[in-house]
Design a protein around this ligand. Structure first.
Ligand SMILES: Nc1ncnc2c1ncn2[C@@H]1O[C@H](COP(=O)(O)OP(=O)(O)OP(=O)(O)O)[C@@H](O)[C@H]1O
Length: 218
């Protein structure tokens, strides 16, 4: 589902954040991306989400070589990738419903379909009763769940998360991981960058570890 072949990422300031990365994630797999601060975890996820492009090597997602994807196709490609961030990136002047609806509005879905899908996503994360609330009135864990609902509302086959439990206490972190596990159980490929060794150690998923932009030997 996700394949890296000898991938390098050099930023415009010449800093090489990723060097010679090769690995593969199967369709329907769930895995953790670990490594020290600055190891290149966010950069790697950005290459998959096409927020950044590789400088060398191939990134292949869902049989699509991202290096060959023309710019105009990027928005269509992104609809197939759900993204969850540590800081939620929610719009605070919109309701929970509107935040989750955003990807569907951008995709041009009709009103009825939007209502149906937003409520299905909110139901999955246990926040159906909060659809009219503004994010500011929610707890950190609830805000993160709104972010997850927004990431899955398009029903993407791939879900990427960058430190999704970074600001949460251990109990809430476990709840968030349980949600990711549920999505994985219905076939979504899930890739989670996390520092939280304790949390990762409790779960039976593969780890891909980076060390200064290279794959660490496990
Ligand atoms: N746009 C950029 N331009 C130049 N250098 C960058 C850019 N983005 C990231 N870097 C550098 O690339 C390296 C990897 O950063 P990245 O954010 O991918 O690491 P990370 O493993 O996610 O770190 P953290 O766990 O602290 O978030 C860092 O040294 C960072 O300073």
């Amino acid at each position: 589902m996700i394949q890296f072949n000898d991938v390098y990422k050099r930023y415009p300031n010449q800093y090489e954040a990723l060097s010679g990365l090769s690995f593969e994630l199967d369709k329907g797999e769930m895995a953790f991306l670990t490594g020290h601060s600055g190891a290149g975890k966010s950069t790697l996820l950005k290459l998959i989400a096409l927020i950044e492009r590789s400088s060398h090597g191939q990134v292949i997602v869902n049989n699509q070589n991202l290096g060959r994807l023309p710019k105009w196709k990027i928005p269509y490609y992104r609809r197939k990738i759900g993204l969850v961030f540590q800081d939620h990136n929610l719009l605070h002047d919109r309701t929970v419903f509107d935040n989750v609806a955003l990807p569907l509005i951008i995709a041009g879905e009709n009103h009825r379909e939007i209502g149906r899908r937003v409520r299905a996503a909110l139901d999955k994360v246990g926040l159906l009763s909060k659809e009219r609330t503004h994010p500011i009135a929610l707890s950190g864990g609830e805000q993160q769940r709104v972010g997850i609902a927004r990431a899955v509302v398009n029903r993407p086959p791939v879900l990427l998360a960058d430190e999704p439990t970074g600001n949460l206490d251990p109990t809430l972190s476990q709840e968030i991981m349980a949600l990711f596990t549920q999505f994985n159980q219905v076939g979504v490929t899930v890739f989670i960058a996390s520092h939280d060794q304790e949390l990762i150690n409790r779960l039976p998923y593969r780890r891909i570890t980076l060390n200064h932009g290279r794959l660490a030997v496990q």
